[in-house]
Design a protein around this ligand. Structure first.
Ligand SMILES: Nc1nc2c(ncn2[C@@H]2O[C@H](COP(=O)(O)OP(=O)(O)OP(=O)(O)O)[C@@H](O)[C@H]2O)c(=O)[nH]1
Length: 158
């Protein structure tokens, strides 16, 4: 039997940026236009291969509170650096790339910021299934290379 390594993933970001939709696309390959806002937090799992191991992602989807997605994202990073566990794998998803004409923050800023904190960065669309698989593949590959992962944070902005 293959060994299963459990990895904790937490999705953070403002309300309505598409956290639940990203999880739903990744876990069930499904998109719901009328998805309800998350109350408290929700939990799902998905297991993916990594060499001769299996990685079981334990995914917590949180309820967003605020509405200034790039600013909130930076606040979360500061908070996590100060109070979070030592070994955090970070990823930033610029979601709703299907609506690129109304994006709040140009992706260039997000990419520069991601580079400065050593995070994976990707433009996604949960709606059109763009880069959702790649986002989690990227995370999975980092975890494959490191035995020391306390927490995976996916920061989402629209
Ligand atoms: N066009 C488009 N709409 C999206 C995308 N992802 C999510 N949405 C829509 O955006 C709205 C909010 O999506 P949610 O997944 O509930 O967002 P959330 O970040 O989980 O929101 P909270 O639970 O309130 O924190 C819903 O109407 C989704 O259908 C996307 O990639 N493209």
């Amino acid at each position: 039997m293959m060994a299963i390594r459990e990895l904790k993933v937490c999705l953070l970001g403002d309300t309505g940026v598409g956290k639940s939709s990203i999880v739903c696309r990744f876990v069930q390959d499904h998109f719901d236009h009328n998805i309800s806002p998350t109350i408290g937090a929700s939990f799902m799992t998905k297991t993916v291969p990594c060499g001769n191991e299996l990685h079981k992602f334990l995914i917590w989807d949180t309820a967003g509170q605020e509405r200034d997605s790039f600013h909130t994202l930076k606040k979360w990073v500061k908070e996590l650096k100060e109070h979070g566990p030592e070994n955090i794998v970070m990823a930033i998803a610029g979601n709703k790339c299907d609506l690129s004409d109304i994006r709040e923050v140009p992706m260039k800023d997000a990419k520069e910021y991601a580079e400065s904190i050593g995070a994976i960065v990707v433009e996604t669309s949960a709606k059109n299934a763009v880069n959702i698989e790649e986002l989690f593949q990227g995370i999975n590959q980092v975890c494959c290379r490191s035995d020391n992962v306390d927490l995976i944070i996916v920061l989402i902005k629209a």
